[in-house]
Design a protein around this ligand. Structure first.
Ligand code: G1P
Length: 307
């Protein structure tokens, strides 16, 4: 069955990937943080696959200095493919082919200075043009039966407007996210009356936090063009969305699945463990390995205590 929506389809996705990744130095001294592996695929590929699943056709990377590897990753590698083919490594060949971006579908633009997420998105203005688009922050990854963006596109096709993924966080964690001031909570979706970027827990209007997936209308660019600075002296996407919500509908979308944070060292380790456990091929072994590591740690701890 073909479901027709009266709203303009979401065909393009913007991936802000200009960040320096200082939290992962020295690993990210030369290599972009988006190339850190989660299982056998780099973070940027997880983001790309989620976008494809959601029906995205054009992929816009907002890059910066020393980010060329991200484009390379999605290019055709004939020598590598020949070697794998001649050795009969069909599984690996398949995996390599999955990284190839269709011809003419990858676009890049640069964010010359780290002026904030809102500014990064503004840098994609000409490439997006006059149509709705998705934003994917590759640090945020989801374990979900259906990708978070695909779920959002389904919801968007029913409702139109602007949308962002949201989930409840602990009170202390509100300072790490954009937080929603809820006008009306309809369960799956939430009507928004306000947004605050990284509030102190005492000032947070709720515990409902923005996760790194958005569907936005192109009018956001006009608002971003004012280059107004917000939290941390940066041009914030959250602030621009708040302004847009005065002109157009903006909804929070509670996705099915769990979001993981690959933007911190601990979060990155947790994500790798969670994805390892969920991997049908190695999941059972990961479980055993973890159990034995924990046993060893417990033994070492108690022998230290006894000494
Ligand atoms: C960005 C957004 C924030 C959002 C978060 C999700 O912050 O500004 O509103 O909650 O992503 O990960 P960042 O983590 O880039 O500082």
């Amino acid at each position: 069955m073909c479901s027709q929506s009266s709203y303009k389809p979401v065909r393009k996705a913007v991936f802000p990937v200009a960040g320096l990744g200082t939290r992962f130095l020295p690993a990210t001294k030369v290599m972009p943080k988006e190339m850190l592996p989660l299982g056998d695929r780099p973070l940027i590929q997880h983001a790309y696959e989620e976008a494809r699943e959601a029906g995205i056709e054009e992929f816009i990377f907002v890059t910066g200095r020393q980010k060329e590897m991200l484009e390379e990753h999605f290019d055709f590698q004939p020598e590598l493919e020949q070697v794998l083919e001649s050795r009969g490594k069909t599984d690996l060949l398949q995996k390599v082919r999955e990284t190839e971006m269709p011809a003419g579908k990858l676009f890049t633009t640069r964010q010359p200075k780290a002026l904030g997420l809102g500014h990064a998105i503004w840098c994609a203005k000409e490439l997006v043009g006059d149509e709705p688009f998705a934003v994917i922050l590759p640090d945020d990854v989801f374990l979900a039966r259906k990708g978070c963006l695909a779920q959002m596109v389904d919801a968007y096709n029913q409702s139109g407007g602007n949308m962002m993924a949201v989930t409840e966080v602990s009170k202390e964690d509100t300072a790490r996210y954009g937080i929603v001031d809820i006008a009306e909570d309809n369960g799956k979706t939430v009507a928004v009356k306000g947004l605050v970027e990284k509030p102190n827990p005492e000032q947070a209007p709720s515990r409902l936090a923005i996760m790194g997936r958005y569907i936005l209308q192109p009018e956001i660019f006009g608002i971003l063009s004012a280059f107004d600075k917000g939290a941390g002296g940066e041009i914030q996407l959250t602030d621009a969305m708040l302004k847009l919500s005065k002109q157009q509908p903006l909804h929070g979308f509670r996705y099915d699945g769990k979001r993981y944070d690959c933007g911190t060292k601990l979060g990155f380790i947790e994500t790798n463990i969670a994805f390892g456990l969920a991997d049908p091929e190695i999941g059972p072994q990961v479980r055993k390995t973890l159990a034995s590591l924990l046993d060893e740690t417990n033994e070492t701890d108690s022998s230290h205590e006894a000494a």
